[in-house]
Design a protein around this ligand. Structure first.
Ligand SMILES: [Zn+2]
Length: 188
């Protein structure tokens, strides 16, 4: 708990709905228990807790793999972008091939505002919600502020709130090292 409160003080969470995508990206975390999506059951629990999936819908093995592929694909493109590199062709192809299977439709609400919504209520719809948030965040420039920490021993997704958008580490003081040391001591 101590480590968690330190983390919250130092890490900026992405604003609005992008916080959900931020959390999704950090379900793989070298600093903590590494893989949050270590079983279909735990993966389902994560989505249900965030109201992305009705509790009655179980996650199949194929769904489980899809979740991993989408998260890891998004992490790869963000990682390249945060290190000012082009994403390699295979990673882009794989990600595009994957997102082609996740439908999104344009929908107007009663105030006449258009948005992207995923049809259905199953896992692909939950992943569609994540993708819709990504697309909207890319339009307002916040997606470009989500980055992967340059420290190879960390690689956390973090939100770059610096004025010139030049942050490369998840925290300004020694990246996650201090946090990790505290978390380690707290666990001890
Ligand atoms: Zn870091």
């Amino acid at each position: 708990m101590v480590a968690k409160s330190v983390e919250l003080l130092q890490q900026k969470t992405a604003p609005g709905e992008l916080a959900l995508v931020h959390a999704f990206l950090n379900t793989w975390d070298m600093a903590g228990p590494r893989e949050r999506f270590d079983s279909p059951e735990r993966t389902q629990e994560w989505f249900v807790k965030r109201s992305l999936l009705p509790p009655a819908i179980a996650i199949s093995k194929a769904d489980f793999e899809l979740v991993h592929k989408l998260r890891d694909g998004l992490r790869r493109v963000l990682s390249a972008a945060s290190h000012e590199q082009s994403v390699d062709r295979k990673s882009v192809w794989d990600l595009n091939h994957l997102v082609e299977t996740i439908p999104l439709v344009v929908h107007f609400d009663q105030q006449g505002k258009p948005g992207l919504i995923p049809p259905g209520s199953e896992l692909k719809a939950a992943l569609g919600c994540i993708l819709a948030i990504v697309v909207v965040a890319a339009l307002d420039g916040n997606w470009q502020r989500l980055k992967i920490c340059r420290n190879p021993a960390c690689q956390r997704a973090f939100f770059d709130s610096s004025k010139n958008r030049s942050a490369v580490w998840c925290t300004t003081q020694g990246c996650g090292n201090r946090l990790n040391a505290r978390a380690y001591r707290a666990r001890k």
